[in-house]
Write a new protein. Structure first.
Length: 302
């Protein structure tokens, strides 16, 4: 029996020899299951959403929505945005590209700015990894007029104290006040105020399933879910590979051959994502013909 783990967004099963298989690509798991159990009946636990369930909007339409909502956050029309779905298909790329196109400057690495120079008024900061409530409060205060992008920083959403701090930043009220008290955040430095007005924007990029995101944050934000079937992932990759920004060092013909190979072996691939496409394109930049196809197939399926 194939099972599905919503928390990590992967299908999995264990063969009779004890080997475990897991992948976000349902076709790959079914392919391996048939190899392990030639006479077995494929079944998936009933909580799995069918890959044939039609979406109300295409994947490229949903990414266009992301672009438009990011512009709204940049223009301070919409205070917050949550983008959920599996990794490796351009969520972060789309957000960063859109902010730059809106003349926002990435100040994530402030060391790149000369000492004593003034930071630009339109700026955004990307936060990755773990953040404590104490660090979050300081971050919100020091960037209270900027756009904060929490990229794969799920701790700020799942920690109860951190989520309470974020409520003020995400609220739709004209006056967004963030505050703390000594009982909930101990040891807060004296240089930080007990409360402050937040006028910036917040964007969350997460691989979590949308149902795993706290309701208090979801209801205060525009939410775009970009969970995709394997065919939708390929459709999205076809859309991205023709953009000038995607691997400009590779000729378009190589990129087109790469996506054809991925589509040909999609049900054998352990993962179908932009990472897969980049890997196959790099192989195509060095090899051609049957060697390119065979090396790409091996990289995809092993």
């Amino acid at each position: 029996m194939i099972k599905y783990d919503e928390k990590i967004g992967k299908y999995y099963f264990q063969s009779s020899t004890g080997r475990k298989y897991s992948s976000a690509n349902k076709g790959y798991i079914e392919y391996q299951f048939r190899r392990a159990y030639p006479n077995g009946v494929i079944g998936v636990n009933e909580n799995v959403e069918s890959e044939t369930t039609p979406a109300a909007f295409t994947i490229n339409e949903r990414f266009e929505f992301i672009t438009n909502y990011v512009v709204m956050v940049a223009d301070k029309i919409q205070p917050s945005l949550i983008i959920s779905g599996p990794g490796g298909l351009g969520k972060s790329f789309t957000v960063n590209k859109t902010l730059v196109e809106q003349n926002f400057v990435d100040v994530s690495n402030t060391e790149s700015f000369e000492e004593g120079s003034h930071l630009p008024s339109n700026r955004f900061k990307v936060i990755k990894g773990y953040s404590t409530p104490k660090a979050l409060y300081r971050l919100l205060y020091e960037n209270r007029d900027s756009v904060l992008v929490f990229d794969d920083c799920d701790s700020v959403m799942q920690d109860a104290t951190a989520a309470n701090l974020l409520k003020g930043a995400l609220d739709s009220n004209s006056e967004r006040i963030i505050s703390w008290n000594a009982e909930t955040i101990r040891g807060m430095e004296d240089d930080l105020p007990r409360s402050f007005r937040f006028t910036g924007g917040v964007i969350f990029i997460t691989n979590l399933h949308k149902e795993k995101i706290p309701q208090a944050l979801r209801t205060r934000s525009v939410c775009v879910d970009v969970s995709m079937t394997t065919d939708e992932k390929i459709d999205r990759m076809k859309h991205i590979l023709i953009e000038d920004e995607f691997m400009p060092e590779a000729h378009t013909s190589i990129k087109l051959l790469a996506i054809d190979i991925i589509e040909q072996f999609k049900n054998e691939a352990r993962e179908v994502s932009m990472r897969s496409l980049i890997q196959v394109v790099r192989i195509g930049m060095k090899f051609s013909g049957e060697k390119f196809t065979n090396m790409a197939r091996y990289a995809l399926t092993n």
